[in-house]
Ligand binder design. Structure first.
Ligand SMILES: CCCCCCCCCCCCCCCCCC(=O)SCCNC(=O)CCNC(=O)[C@H](O)C(C)(C)COP(=O)(O)OP(=O)(O)OC[C@H]1O[C@@H](n2cnc3c(N)ncnc32)[C@H](O)[C@@H]1OP(=O)(O)O
Length: 392
């Protein structure tokens, strides 16, 4: 069935509201190497610091926000000594911060939605920054005043696709019951992966140069919308693809010293060589694959894993300059906030479309939300911008 026919069906789920939040503590990217090598007491590694400066200069990031402060690092020596078991300390630091950050984003989404928090029927929380039950979702539900009967689901450790992974679940829940209103929240604090520079871990310099803290929330519902509800994007179709033999390229694992990770330097090239086929597989059945105007006839909400990843998307798909402006803007303002980033990008795409700042993209009624995670897993959601045509 084509995308337009799918949209005609009554029960298509839509994003009804979006909210985002970041911790107040902000570090400018061009000051970050000085800050990082000072707080980790690593000034005796000038070669590593020079390399971090080169990475930061090429990152496309202007600033990032962190819950972690110099004072916290000073009072937790185990954070600086990677071989020391520090997972418990890291989880303790995150335990209070994560629900508060998640609640700040969710409160904005609920305010925009216009209905009481007690009308939320489902809560899906996704994060790489915690582990265990009862989890941060319970505290989040209490902070928001959700009903005790709200149906909670938590996803842990989906890497950078942690945010994109909640949308297909919310879509299915909403389309199964038109009274459902699903609050999805993705909150990340990089405390859990923080560590001092280490010659044996060149990846660590890249990770510490790119990642930051943030939370994004959205409310999803299908069927007849209440008078106050305003659909932003209809979610037409979701798909997930795992690229064969790429498991070693990117991984995230909890260990005694917090979050362990690998980011292959080959990742931008891997993306360039494989992303178009993934998109053709996901979009061709809907009649949307590279039609007239090619991939430029769609609007894009791409997860900005890093500047080089966005460059790879652009090159592989022949995208015109400006097609990924929302993703580049979010990367510049906040860095890569793992799963939360995609919700910021969705919000920025919406803001640009509504504010007349989307250039030729305003004419693009169909779009794609895309995020890459460990696996390598490509999460794709076909979107239809509400208001582009008469809504059913
Ligand atoms: C408070 C602090 C913060 C704490 C943070 C804690 C974080 C915890 C969270 C953990 C997260 C775990 C990851 C899971 C994410 C999976 C999902 C994704 O988004 S997947 C997507 C995730 N994002 C990505 O994978 C990032 C994609 N990459 C990029 O965006 C760019 O390559 C760049 C911005 C890093 C550099 O710009 P570019 O134009 O390429 O510039 P150049 O070519 O000139 O290189 C400069 C130097 O960098 C070197 N180098 C490069 N790559 C690597 C590497 N992987 N490895 C090692 N080194 C690397 C390169 O060798 C060179 O060294 P040198 O010759 O100068 O000595």
């Amino acid at each position: 069935m084509g995308a337009a026919a799918l949209l005609e069906q009554n029960q298509r789920a839509a994003v009804l509201a979006i909210g985002t939040a970041n911790p107040a503590n902000c570090v400018l990217q061009d000051e970050f190497p000085d800050w990082y090598f000072r707080v980790t007491r690593s000034e005796h590694h000038p070669t590593l610091k020079a390399k971090m400066k080169r990475i930061c200069e090429k990152s496309g990031i202007r600033k990032r926000h962190f819950h972690l402060t110099e004072e916290m690092i000073g009072s937790h020596p185990e954070l600086l000594d990677r071989p020391l078991p520090s997972l418990s300390a890291l989880l303790r630091i995150t335990a209070d911060a994560l629900p508060e950050l998640a609640a700040a984003a969710a409160e904005k989404a609920i305010a925009e939605w216009g209905r009481p928090a007690t009308d939320i029927t489902h809560l899906i929380l996704s994060t790489n920054s915690s582990g265990g039950v009862p989890g941060p979702d319970v505290r989040l539900a209490a902070l928001l005043g959700l009903r005790p009967t709200v149906q909670r689901t938590t996803l842990y450790l989906h890497g950078c696709s942690a945010g994109a992974a909640v949308f297909p679940i919310a879509k299915d829940l909403a389309e199964n019951d038109d009274r459902a209103r699903v609050l999805v929240v993705c909150a990340e604090t990089i405390v859990i992966g923080f560590g001092a520079p280490d010659e044996a871990n060149p990846n660590g310099l890249v990770v510490n140069s790119l990642f930051g803290d943030g939370a994004g929330a959205a409310i999803i519902g299908a069927g007849p919308v209440a008078a106050v509800e305003r659909p932003i994007f209809h979610m037409v179709s979701s798909s997930q693809s795992t690229l064969p033999r790429t498991e070693p390229a990117v991984w995230v694992r909890l260990g005694e010293s917090g979050l362990g990770y690998n980011l292959s330097a080959e990742l931008p090239a891997l993306v360039r060589s494989s992303i178009e086929k993934c998109l053709v597989d996901a979009l061709a059945p809907l009649g949307l694959a590279a039609g007239a105007g090619g991939w430029n006839s769609l609007f894009w909400a791409m997860h900005p894993g890093g500047r080089a990843i966005l460059d790879s998307y652009e090159a592989a798909l022949g995208l015109e300059p400006g097609k990924l402006a929302a993703s580049r803007h979010v990367l510049g303002q906040y860095g890569n906030m793992l799963g939360a980033t995609i919700i910021f990008v969705l919000d920025e795409v919406r803001r640009r479309r509504q504010g007349g700042d989307a250039g030729g993209d305003v004419a693009c009624e169909w779009g794609v939300m895309l995020a890459l995670g460990p696996g390598l897993t490509v999460e794709t959601m076909v979107l239809h911008a509400a208001g582009s045509r008469d809504e059913k």
